[in-house]
Design a binder for this molecule. Structure first.
Ligand SMILES: NCc1[nH]cc(CCC(=O)O)c1CC(=O)O
Length: 335
């Protein structure tokens, strides 16, 4: 084997630098820190409610008061960002989705409550129509098609209601074309110069979103699939074109989603654009690790830590993960 400047065996023995925890720490190239974590949480109606999500053991839907408690706990652990996903009352779901830009919808109430409590945590939102849509799609459905431009107008209204509710980081997850530019123009003209856009730029049409759709109550509503707007898992050049497009329209940060099966995309994005790059370790990835751990088939805690470190190795600056509080506790030596 020839490697630049590498002496042959036995002058080079790789095991020398693996001999103890101290030396392994010294030569470690990538690390996971609490500052790398974005914690997605599910908000529901009511008060004092913490309701387990069956397909995501350890994950809860929380009422707004409990979300505030969770945000405080996350901030105390040093988690920099909490990301809100609403579980909307099915009675509020329509084909015109107006609940999406209701200033008092669940997501906006939760955002305001966290801000009013003065908690030191950045709040991120989700922009897409699916939690509010009777059809379960991220855009308006007309004659069985998901229509792009009218959806973008609605998403801009939704994003404005979120900015007004104090959201720090707007996360468009809808995959419509042209939405980042439209939202950036709106934010500039409405006086929200500091509101960030973290674009779900390379979001794939994935089977790994199943438990999430249960958690937000969208699985029952969804007719068909999302393949006309989310990406084909076979593509990688297209991901780079989407990232480039979203950066050119004013995205501050970009995301690849799902995470673990798409680490090659994370690496290509980071190498090519050198911008703040995030991955979403989605609900199905979380569920797989938890299910195997609960069966005693893998060491859940080790698999959790390894999976997240690997995102850092792949070039990500941070990860959206349902494990965030557990990881933060582990990193602080609290468990
Ligand atoms: N716009 C919806 C949205 N935002 C985040 C997720 C998935 C998150 C997860 O699976 O953890 C989805 C689901 C989907 O696109 O159907």
């Amino acid at each position: 084997m020839s490697h630049l400047g590498q002496a042959p065996f036995p002058k080079t023995r790789f095991r020398r630098t693996r001999q103890s925890p101290q030396i392994r720490a010294l030569v470690q190239e990538n690390t996971l820190g609490v500052g790398d974590l974005i914690w997605p949480v599910f908000v529901r109606d009511g008060e004092g409610v913490e309701e387990p999500v069956a397909s995501m053991p350890g994950v809860m839907r929380r009422s707004v008061d409990k979300i505030v408690e969770a945000a405080r706990e996350a901030a105390d652990l040093g988690i920099p960002v909490i990301c809100l996903f609403p579980y909307t009352d099915p009675a509020l779901k329509t084909s015109t989705c107006e609940e999406a830009w209701n200033p008092d919808n669940l997501s906006n109430r939760a955002s305001r409550a966290i801000k009013d409590a003065g908690i030191d945590i950045a709040v991120m939102s989700d922009v897409a129509l699916d939690p509010y849509s009777a059809d379960g799609h991220d855009g308006f459905v007309v004659d069985g098609k998901i229509i792009n431009d009218e959806t973008v107008d609605a998403l801009v209204k939704q994003a404005l209601s979120q900015a007004r509710a104090g959201i720090d980081i707007i996360g468009p997850s809808d995959m419509m074309d042209g939405r980042i530019g439209a939202m950036r123009d709106m934010l500039e003209s409405e006086g929200f110069q500091d509101t960030m856009l973290l674009s779900y730029s390379a979001k794939y049409a994935s089977a790994f979103y199943g438990p999430f759709r249960d958690a937000v109550g969208a699985s029952g509503a969804l007719k068909g699939d999302k393949t006309t707007y989310q990406m084909n898992p076979g593509n990688t050049d297209e991901a780079l074109r989407l990232i480039e497009r979203d950066l050119s329209e004013g995205a501050d940060m970009v995301m690849v989603k799902p995470g673990m099966p798409y680490l090659d995309i994370c690496r290509r994005v980071k190498d090519r654009f050198a911008v703040p790059t995030y991955a979403y370790q989605v609900s199905g990835e979380y569920a797989m690790i938890q299910a195997a751990a609960l069966n005693g088939w893998i060491d859940g805690e080790k698999a959790m830590m390894e999976s997240l470190l690997c995102f850092k190795r792949a070039g990500c600056d941070g990860i959206l993960t349902y494990f965030a509080p557990a990881v933060a506790k582990k990193l602080h030596g609290l468990r």
